[in-house]
Design a protein. Structure first.
Length: 197
């Protein structure tokens, strides 16, 4: 009697996910602080007030655990101000609503509680790039996410992210990525059609 052996083909499945960096970071921070048995109060997206003192060893362990997720405890005031500035920019660019109708420089200064001139000088000194360049990079990443989601046209994306026109968005996109938004869309469509995404 002969037995046939059948090898079952493994079915592959792809999941396209949308993520919110701010929410993910808050959840990780909450989990790690609670795991360490620390009582805390969240002040904002980048600041936590501990209700009890912790030793250097505990702090180092917490920092090591957070670093595995790309989160770092800052001990320097300049770096703290830079991180707050980055957080405000990331939060602003990734919000679901349209960008606020005020000047971006005024919006950042108001949120971080320092003059924009001081923030711009400090940002350049510490990061070796300008706030404007950081904003451009964040906006282009957001444009990519929006193109991938496929919910909005390029005109709507340009309007939502305060570009003066689709041409302005396209120029900045090409300068940053080497591709036009339309080329990027085409590549994504081809990859999805061929299941290479």
């Amino acid at each position: 009697m002969r037995y046939k052996t059948f090898q079952s083909k493994r079915q592959e499945m792809k999941l396209h996910v949308k993520y919110d960096i701010q929410t993910a970071c808050k959840a990780i921070l909450k989990e790690q602080l609670e795991q360490a048995g620390l009582l805390y109060k969240a002040i904002n997206s980048s600041e936590v007030e501990l209700k009890n003192q912790i030793g250097a060893e505990e702090l180092a362990k917490l920092n090591a655990n957070l670093k595995t997720y790309g989160i770092e405890i800052l001990d320097d005031q300049k770096n703290d101000v830079i991180q707050k500035t980055k957080d405000v920019i990331i939060e602003m660019v990734n919000r679901e609503e349209y960008l606020p109708p005020i000047k971006i420089s005024a919006y950042i200064a108001d949120k971080v509680k320092y003059s924009y001139g001081y923030l711009a000088a400090l940002f350049s000194e510490v990061t070796f790039t300008s706030i404007e360049n950081f904003i451009i990079l964040q906006k282009i990443e957001r444009v990519k996410q929006m193109i991938l989601a496929g919910d909005l046209t390029l005109t709507e994306i340009a309007f939502k992210l305060h570009y003066s026109s689709v041409a302005h968005l396209s120029t900045q996109f090409k300068k940053t990525t080497g591709l036009t938004p339309t080329s990027f869309q085409s590549i994504i469509k081809k990859r999805r059609a061929n299941n290479i995404y």
